[in-house]
Design a protein around this ligand. Structure first.
Ligand SMILES: [Zn+2]
Length: 224
């Protein structure tokens, strides 16, 4: 485990599968890091174990050669990138500045990874994990909603700060000083990706759909 984990702190356990056939659009994982940094400025300045730059820790020749080993290295890079995306989102959503993480690969199946991410708050960790997976999947698929992720993160932060009270599109648009149509587009997108969910209100003064963060917890571990 990561020696930087603080004894007694809690950590999220996120198990992911990297589907076969998923490939970077470019052969160099640094290109994906650069693309992700457009939504998460500063991601490319993250440090890894041993204080090395994140860009220097990628497994090279991990894509495009068609070999089993090549596919394994490519998926390890993706899992490692997701770990950093989740850490970054915890900072953007809840201001979490001090947290560590570690990613462990399985021998069998080689497509499976466990990510352990230190966090003091289950809702923040869960939101960051869901949003991080959505962001990575959309980048890998070249989804047209990618430019909206800057706004998606602000919507996540707004709902996190107001939790457990839900917010409608009009209210979110007013708080974020963004056009209602743009906010509506991103809340629909985030609902489809299970980052936010519609909250049914007994009394709904504002009318329209009300959203809150998806709150189903992920597994937790306590660092020893
Ligand atoms: Zn790292």
């Amino acid at each position: 485990m990561n020696r930087d984990f603080i004894a007694g702190s809690r950590r999220l356990k996120l198990q992911i599968e990297v589907h076969e056939g998923i490939r970077y659009t470019e052969s160099d994982p640094a290109v994906l890091l650069e693309q992700l940094s457009e939504s998460l400025p500063g991601l490319d300045e993250h440090r890894c174990c041993g204080n090395s730059e994140i860009g220097s820790t990628f497994f090279r020749n991990g894509d495009g050669d068609g070999s089993t080993e090549g596919a394994r290295l490519a998926s390890a890079n993706l899992a490692h990138l997701l770990e950093h995306v989740v850490l970054d989102l915890q900072y953007r959503i809840a201001g979490a500045t001090r947290c560590s993480a570690v990613t462990c690969g399985y021998w069998e199946p080689p497509s499976r990874y466990d990510l352990f991410v230190e966090s003091s708050n289950a809702l923040c960790a869960g939101t960051s994990a869901r949003l991080g997976v959505a962001l990575m999947n959309d980048h890998l698929a070249g989804h047209p909603a990618i430019p909206l992720y800057g706004l998606a993160i602000r919507v996540g932060r707004e709902l996190y700060e107001r939790h457990p009270w839900p917010r409608g599109d009009a209210e979110l648009a007013a708080s974020l000083e963004e056009p209602a149509g743009r906010v509506q587009e991103i809340t629909r997108h985030l609902r489809e990706r299970s980052v936010v969910e519609e909250v049914l209100m007994t009394v709904n003064f504002g009318g329209g759909e009300q959203y809150g963060l998806a709150a189903t917890p992920f597994p937790w571990r306590v660092n020893r």
